[in-house]
Design a protein around this ligand. Sequence first.
Ligand SMILES: Nc1ncnc2c1ncn2[C@@H]1O[C@H](COP(=O)(O)OP(=O)(O)OP(=O)(O)O)[C@@H](O)[C@H]1O
Ligand SMILES: [Mg+2]
Length: 563
Amino acid sequence: MKPKLAWNNLKRVVLPYWRRPSIGWVWLLVLLAMLLLISYINIRISYSERAVFNALETKDADQFWHNLMLYAGVLVCSVPVVGSFGWVKSQLEMAWRRWLTTNILERYLKNRNFVKITTDQVDNPDERIQQDVMYFCTEALTVAMALLDSALAFFAFVTILYLISPILLLVAIAYSIVGTVATLLFGKRLVGMHYEQQKLEAEFRYNLVYLRDNKEAIGLYNGAEREGSGLKHRLSKLLRNLSSIVSWQRNLTLFKVSYDYSLLIVPSLVSAPLYLSGQIELGMMVQAAGAFGRVIGALSVVIAQFQTFARLSAIISRLSDFIGVLETIENKGDDKGPGEIVTRIAPALVANGLTLNTPDGARTLVRDLHFETKPGGRMIVAGPSGVGKSSLVRAFAGLWTAGTGEIQRPDLSDMMVLPQETYMPLGTLRDQITYPRSAEEAGIDDARILSVLNIVSLGELVKNVGGLDSIRTWSDVMSPGERQRVAFARMLLANPKLVLLDEATSSLDDATEAKMYDLVTATGATIVSVAHHQALIAYHDTVLELMPGGGWRFVPASEYSKE
Ligand SMILES: Nc1ncnc2c1ncn2[C@@H]1O[C@H](COP(=O)(O)OP(=O)(O)OP(=O)(O)O)[C@@H](O)[C@H]1O
Ligand SMILES: [Mg+2]
């Protein structure tokens, strides 16, 4: 996607926060009031300066001291306002960031949207949610305040300057137009480069996180060198782009510095002849130079803020792309189009003419499947590796929806999927057992957790790690078989109506596997298993065998074992 500061991007990213009343509005009003006050103070300062210099010129000591005191008074009064401006701005930034992050996060998590979004649609969503939002709130306000401040300064000083010297005003306007046009031409490419930079930085970090997450596997493969060269390659790519940004910024800065320096000379060039020929006083000349600087400063806001502006446009594009994808998913809602499997709530699991495709639509895994389980029914799905067994489980769980036909199943809150790899969230041992709920929310006390852990033969674990409150990286410290038993503990606590087990006992010894299946059968839930282990067929009443190409057949479990 190409970065551009289109109206659509602004509408998606900037406006939503301001559509409703919030604390942000209060901070914004305070900020605006402060800006007005600061502009007023600046005008006062300009007049005080003029009076001080006029007194000096006429060597009027009384006037001088009087005006100097006034000048000092204005400066002292302005300290609290000027000094706390940044603090108020930060308050607004934080309020805005909290709202925007929460808003995006909720939409990202809702209806399992995070599973639906592909990397092709949105690269590095984590970076966008954290870093892009953070920079956006800070820099959007910086740019907005700079623009407002410039508008105020312009109106305040344009009159002063005009009254002193209309020529000087014309020079200021012409001067800033030339500067602005030159900066825009110079800096145009920076926006695209910043967009690319954000992406490269995010990818580099993601690769580092990936290394950390897979450290053991990489260590076992002795793959450090390979990982290192991949990382270094990304770093070089990132630095290459950064180096072009830096070069462009250098050119821009060279231009900006010459522009700023000439500002020191130009007003004197115009106003000194007026002073020397006696048309204006010294104070006026000093004030004219000051006013000239302020008018130019106001008109040159684009030049001064260009780098922030370029980075901000890139960030707004990234956020807008992300929010746009969320909007597309949200607008699709629950009304499934042609190509989408329909879901209905039912007590057990039913497939009605179910055809399942891979999400990219490239392959049909199962064609026109029909079956009906009764509550408490137990079905095992068999078939060669890669045929689509896990995919069928994903479809039953509502994660994959590409296809046609209908699935009837209990509500997601009444279902539990036990995959081969047990996910371990960040948190305490207690959190691992009650996931996806918290112990509090589910009303489960420690005694119940301990008893369930004993049932799945993990009683020792609690003692070994130092209790239910201990926090570890559980995916590292627990063996795959232990984690699979944690999954059974979760199932016992949640007591779901439908349990989908996808190789859920693959890491367990035969005796423990049998024990786990005895447990899940005893709950009376409807069970759909995927497993290669022959011994498990006995725990089911039907076998659904999938065949390559989308075919399938049903065999009673008692007969399947004999085949
Ligand atoms: N996100 C995806 N997009 C497209 N195709 C996918 C995706 N995930 C998996 N597939 C493909 O779908 C097919 C079925 O995969 P699935 O995981 O369902 O196989 P399986 O029957 O469970 O195999 P195994 O017994 O090895 O676990 C595979 O060919 C796989 O490459
Ligand atoms: Mg599988």
